[in-house]
Ligand binder design. Structure first.
Ligand code: ATP
Length: 377
């Protein structure tokens, strides 16, 4: 199986001005195609540095994909950098220039001399026409590696990847396999408790099982390499079933599911509204609840812990309303969260403690609250 790496080019990425979403998209699509991705690097708009990186990459990988830096200006360095790395000159391709001019004509504009720059690609490269933008792409074949340069604009990059690059890679490397993953979301158990229950699965080679902890939620990722999507699905399903049997109702969802979406689903099914009275919490829980479809949400912040006690005693449950009273206390470096719930069917209280980094306490408190809520709706 070929090994790939990604090089995302753009000084604005290094300055933190834009987020590198192209690498994520490329990584997911390479995974789906069964290609192992070993590295992803960010580099600024500097032809020398990019070229050095490409020279290193072609020594260790069979596929190198660059994104960005193919624009028409002098500071778009990718064409020059790839040519440098390959030890060739840039070559003018009249058919690319023709395509660029035609594209401009379609939008009633004239291509400039700058755009002509985009018709130059490294000598001997395979030109890849760009039907959704002006920056053509190209593939340079090294003896044991292919360097594929794609535009930075996500829509253009995604289009060329789908319709040109992946078909090229499938043919060149005779790819028939796939890598698929399923993420099982767990709450109410700590990472070490989950680890204890699935430790033997974590030593498997295929599918692989890995844990990722998020302060109150643990993800169990099951990844399978197989020759078809169906085979991968089957391999994953077996392991998911085992994890489910071992973790029981600590499993609350899969892949894009979130604790808040599960709570919303349960509230909506029963036609209950939610009222939260929170003391000592920051905005994390409120922010997450605002991103889901709830018919009605009351969220009140209490300044004084005494108010928490008084309010929960005085509260009389509405017919269709769930009330949650939350009190997050910090003592030394430990956080304690009291969650008290009154719903049309029950009234109960729980106290949980958190000893992790204080900065993570708000995320933990939000997850613990949502876990408490989803278990008691
Ligand atoms: P074009 O000539 O079509 O502009 P380009 O290859 O020159 O393409 P860049 O100039 O590097 O691309 O980037 C153009 C825009 O694309 C950036 O301003 C940014 O909005 C977006 N972009 C670039 N790289 C990335 C990336 N890695 N992730 C997400 N967006 C990106």
């Amino acid at each position: 199986m070929p090994i790939a790496e990604i090089i995302a080019i753009g000084t604005e990425l290094l300055l933190g001005e834009i987020q590198d979403t192209n690498t994520r998209h490329l990584a997911l699509r390479l995974r789906d195609a069964g290609i192992d991705l070993y590295r992803a690097t960010l580099v600024g708009d500097n032809a020398g540095r990019i070229s050095k990186l490409i020279q290193e990459a072609v020594q260790r990988s069979q596929i190198v994909i660059t994104t960005g830096g193919l624009g028409p200006t002098v500071d778009d360095p990718t064409r020059e950098a790839v040519a440098l790395a390959a030890g060739v000159e840039l070559e003018f391709k009249s058919e690319l220039w023709q395509q660029i001019q035609e594209r401009f004509k379609r939008f009633n504009r004239l291509a400039t001399d700058n755009n002509r720059r985009q018709a130059y690609i490294p000598a001997g490269a395979i030109a890849v026409e760009n039907p959704v933008g002006t920056a053509p792409s190209f593939i340079v074949e090294f003896p044991d590696c292919c360097v594929i340069s794609l535009p930075g604009v996500p829509r253009e990059m995604e289009h060329l990847l789908e319709y040109n690059v992946l078909p090229y890679l499938k043919q060149r490397f005779e790819l028939t396999g796939t890598i698929k993953a399923r993420v099982i979301h767990v709450s109410g158990l700590g990472e070490s408790q989950v680890d204890e229950k699935v430790a033997d699965l974590e030593t498997m080679k295929n599918p692989t099982v890995g844990l990722l902890a998020h302060n109150g939620v643990v993800d169990v990722r099951v990844t399978a390499k197989a020759s078809s999507q169906e085979e991968a699905d089957q391999m994953i399903a077996g392991v998911v079933q085992t994890v489910l049997e071992r973790l029981g109702d600590a499993v609350f969802g899969y892949d894009a599911d979130t604790l808040e979406s599960l709570c919303a689903q349960k509230l909506n099914t029963q036609n209950w509204t939610l009222a939260i009275y929170a003391c000592g919490l920051d905005t994390e829980l409120h922010r997450r609840l605002q991103h889901i479809a709830l018919p009605k949400l009351i969220f009140e912040t209490l300044e004084d812990p005494l108010e928490f006690e008084t309010l929960k005693k005085q509260y009389s449950a509405g017919q269709q309303q769930v009330a949650l009273f939350l009190n997050l206390k910090k003592e030394d470096s430990k956080h304690t969260l009291t969650t008290h719930l009154q719903s049309p069917t029950k009234s109960l209280e729980e106290v949980r403690a958190f000893g992790g980094p204080p900065l993570n306490a708000p995320i933990w408190a939000a997850n613990v609250t949502l876990d408490f809520l989803r278990r008691n709706l």
